[in-house]
Write a protein that binds this ligand. Sequence first.
Ligand code: DGL
Length: 273
Amino acid sequence: MKKNSPIGIFDSGVGGLSVLRAIHKHLPNEDLFYFADQGHVPYGQRSLEEVRRFSIEITDFLLAKGAKIIIVACNTASAAALHHLREKFPDTPFVGMEPAVKPAAEQTNSGVVGVLATPATFQGKLYASVVERFASNVTVLQNTCDGLVEEIERGTLDGENTRQILDDALRDMLGRGLDTLVMGCTHYPFVIPLIEEIAGINVRVIDPAPAVAKQVEYRLESINAKSTGNAEGAIQLYTSGDAERLASLLPKLGFENFPVTGIERCFLSTTLL
Ligand code: DGL
């Protein structure tokens, strides 16, 4: 294991950049290689089987680029594939996303928490298991926010349709006394300002990214693989979609212009879009 090798991170699209941002803040000397599978976004309506196949191919790609650890910065891919990735790549450390139901259940005063995530995440065993283990004493409301991932991929973080989707998702939850809301999809933290505007100051929004960044540090320490560099880590993005489009989206998401490389890849499955 080379300490100064990059951390590999992936998502269906730009969502995992919310996790990359937290990792870069917490571990600024690490090089970060990020793969956005924008040729196949959204993952949320695909079968778990298909997302699993994409996840394996992307992991292969990032490992070939020298990644020392893989961060599955996508709740959907974590639900569909994390377990299989660990089996298929037994020598590779992985950190995945788990819906932050546990901190939500601990922090709620009203006893009503909400989770926003994709349909595939709600179907996965991981979600059922965190709800069963940590949320038996609270009411958990869920919503898939259909179309929200697509709006965020377009960079429309506060457009009319984006607002409508969130209004629809939150209205019922707020009416039922929700006071804690979990971002169960890594795309959704990009619309937290809008969520806070709609939900008001009495609703606590939980973005798991800072906790995931700490978990990445812990995993790297446990295998003695933290970077020894002093310089700011480099960030390199890859996309299976349009590299120019991704580059032009970055400022809208609050990032500077990182280098973006388009990757032509022959995935096993046909595209949804
Ligand atoms: N960002 C992803 C997640 O955390 C995937 C969203 C999608 O592609 O549907 O679930």
